[in-house]
Write a protein that binds this ligand. Sequence first.
Ligand code: GRF
Length: 208
Amino acid sequence: MRLGVLISGRGSNLQALIDACAASDYPAQIAVVISNTPGAAGLARAEAAGLATAVIDHRAFATKAEFEDALNDALLDHGVELVCLAGFMRLLSPSLVEKWRDRMINIHPSLLPAFRGLDSHAKALAAGVRVHGCTVHFVRPEMDHGPILLQAVVPVLGGDDPERLAARVLTQEHVIYPQAVRLIAEGRARVAGERVEIDDLPQPPGLL
Ligand code: GRF
């Protein structure tokens, strides 16, 4: 399955996908990495892996529709079958999201539906939850909504600050994002009634 990975920054989830795709039995490959931010650190990761890259800077377009047309054209030009948002910091409009309905996924650093949006780790600490985590989900127009593919759980420990908690969650993001892509690429995950049915669901990390 040909992946298009959309990034805005660091690209550690991109790196997890690059590393997964390097295994001969992995059922997906990265067709293109697209950043809306010139100079994003993730672009260097993609280039180091010999992947096709594109910078589509939203600030270079007069309208959001033109930006998204360019994005969509680039995905189609590279034969992308599944779009993976990996720290992509632009909210996509309903028309683009609908074009890729059930073919676009995102990773969010919380156990959705809790703590949508930015600063999920600070929100989790403020709420006093004892467990936190991350979610891979199919994308719907509303931010951080959509059928849930996989989640991973981590404990919230005494003395945690947002950075320490984020690092614990990020380790699990790097586990479940490649797992979720594998489930889709192997045809083992399907959306049914806005929930995801999975054949042979893997054990969620962090649970006994
Ligand atoms: C991750 O925490 C991801 O869950 C969120 O943005 C962050 C991106 O990090 N959507 P990276 O660029 O993949 O390192």
